[in-house]
Design a binder for this molecule. Structure first.
Ligand code: NI
Ligand code: MN
Length: 218
């Protein structure tokens, strides 16, 4: 996992997992200079580099109360949210939305319940789902947030929804442009890229599969 999004001049880093990631050995967390770090849940493949990057850059962490508190004890500054709540930051509004998953922290501490983020300002809106199953709660997003320009959804199956369910999720959130994540990193979640893209194309939607370390403009 791990996405860096330049949101209208503010760099937001999501679920940083470079250290120990077999697909990211050519990258270094020391090259990332976010102003904010957002963590969906406490699993190691989502928070591995939070402490080192936050300590070096003084980026602030946005996550649930339990995760912000756990990192706060390590000196990381943050802003806690809980499910259904939103807050206006300097870059826009963040709403912490439901995810169906688990969320223990690397040392076994309770990491609260897992979530995802919907983020918007006057110009654009996107959904970063985090690790989640397909859930009817996703239908609440278009009811309670601005229209999504794109969404980042897990598609690797086994630990999260697979691409078939993610294509249904795209319908539920009323979004036609999806960036896939949480696939191919480990053997359990290797997927057939063409089949995944076809599942979205059959619904008139686009699935974008990015190379590790690559960037796109949306
Ligand atoms: Ni997870
Ligand atoms: Mn994960």
């Amino acid at each position: 996992m791990g996405f860096m999004i330049d949101f209208h001049g503010h760099s937001l880093l999501f679920d940083p997992f470079i250290t120990g990631n077999p697909k990211a050995e050519h990258l270094s967390p020391d090259d990332l200079n976010p102003s904010w770090i957002l963590a969906t849940h406490g699993h190691g493949d989502h928070v591995a580099d939070v402490e080192s990057i936050a300590t070096r850059t003084e980026a602030k962490l946005i996550s649930n109360y339990e995760i912000v508190s756990w990192f706060g004890a390590k000196g990381v500054k943050g802003h806690p949210l809980n499910h259904g709540g939103k807050f206006s930051f300097d870059f826009g509004t963040v709403k912490y939305v439901n995810a169906i998953h688990t969320s223990s922290l690397p040392d076994g501490s309770y990491g609260g319940n897992p979530g995802g983020f919907v983020i918007w300002n006057e110009e654009s809106c996107f959904y970063f789902a985090g690790d989640t199953a397909l859930t009817k709660d996703m239908e609440l997003i278009p009811m309670t947030c601005p229209k999504l320009d794109f969404a980042i959804l897990p598609i690797g199956d086994n630990f999260t929804m697979g691409y078939e369910d993610a294509a249904i999720a795209a319908d539920m959130i009323k979004c036609d442009k999806i960036i896939g994540c949480h696939y191919d990193t480990f053997g359990y979640i290797e997927i057939d890229h063409n089949k995944a893209k076809e599942a979205f194309a059959a619904k008139g939607k686009e699935l974008i599969l990015m190379d590790i370390g690559a960037s796109i403009t949306l």
